[in-house]
Design a protein around this ligand. Structure first.
Ligand SMILES: Nc1ncnc2c1ncn2[C@@H]1O[C@H](COP(=O)(O)OP(=O)(O)OP(=O)(O)O)[C@@H](O)[C@H]1O
Length: 226
């Protein structure tokens, strides 16, 4: 059986009086593509933030790459997010002042890699993601689709074992969304990463290996797709 790289066990979380997660159990194996679906407000983004170690849950246990996150400090969490984990959000969240190339090289540079080698890897990633032409362009001068492709290139440049994506196609039209999903799935499969993708889009969910549907802060169904 494939190694489990993310395990949520009875995870609970509330923001003041709003309960977002009420005991979520979920395990993701290496290389698996899992879609997380459910109505607005059911807790999908909170689940992703807990999995990324951005939010400390008030109850239950999160195990990431075999480590109980409760015992992992903020610096080590940040290091995990830069190296073994990647986040892709609805709006690429690129650094406005940096070019496409420097945005993609950034996680490597922050992790202390050689600058020239980092930029070479970043250029290769941009090429693979079909956006080599925006290497010298800042995000404000890119289209929404180009920004999301650069965000995918940045997410994959470190060779993460797990990619957490929150509505990564949500800001794009349907054609752009399909293109970006094709890219994300192809790159995920080719690097052997696991992908957890939060989506409202049934077409996106249908292309995953598994669909986990949340309802009111719990897992309502967890189905392996053909
Ligand atoms: N920072 C916050 N402060 C207070 N309440 C929050 C916060 N973030 C989320 N919530 C609440 O927690 C619940 C779950 O929110 P969450 O964003 O996880 O849901 P979601 O399924 O991702 O929603 P959507 O599909 O609309 O993005 C909602 O009731 C939401 O209003």
């Amino acid at each position: 059986m494939a190694e489990q790289i993310l395990v949520l066990d009875g995870v609970q979380h509330a923001y003041r009086r709003t309960v977002a997660l009420r005991g979520v159990n979920l395990a993701v194996a290496s290389g698996e593509v899992v879609a997380v679906t459910g109505r607005s407000g059911c807790g999908k983004s909170t689940l992703l933030h807990v999995a990324a170690g951005l939010v400390r849950p008030q109850g239950g246990r999160v195990e990431l790459f075999g480590q109980d996150l409760a015992g992992v400090g903020d610096d080590e969490r940040a290091r995990l997010r830069r190296t073994r984990l990647a986040l892709v959000l609805q709006f690429g969240q690129l650094v406005d002042e940096l070019t496409g190339l420097d945005n993609v090289a950034l996680p490597l540079l922050l992790d202390g890699h050689d600058p020239a080698a980092s930029r070479r890897l970043a250029a290769e990633r941009l090429e693979r993601c079909g956006v080599a032409d925006v290497a010298g362009v800042v995000p404000g001068e890119m289209s929404g689709g180009q920004q999301q492709r650069v965000a995918v290139a940045r997410a994959l440049v470190t060779g993460p074992q797990l990619i957490l994506a929150d509505e990564p196609t949500g800001s794009l039209d349907s054609l752009g969304a399909r293109d970006l999903l094709d890219l994300l799935l192809a790159e995920t499969v080719s690097t052997g990463s696991a992908l957890v993708i939060v989506t409202h889009d049934n077409e996106v969910a249908a292309r995953a290996d598994r669909e986990v549907r949340l309802a009111d802060g719990t897992v309502a169904s967890d189905v392996v797709l053909a």
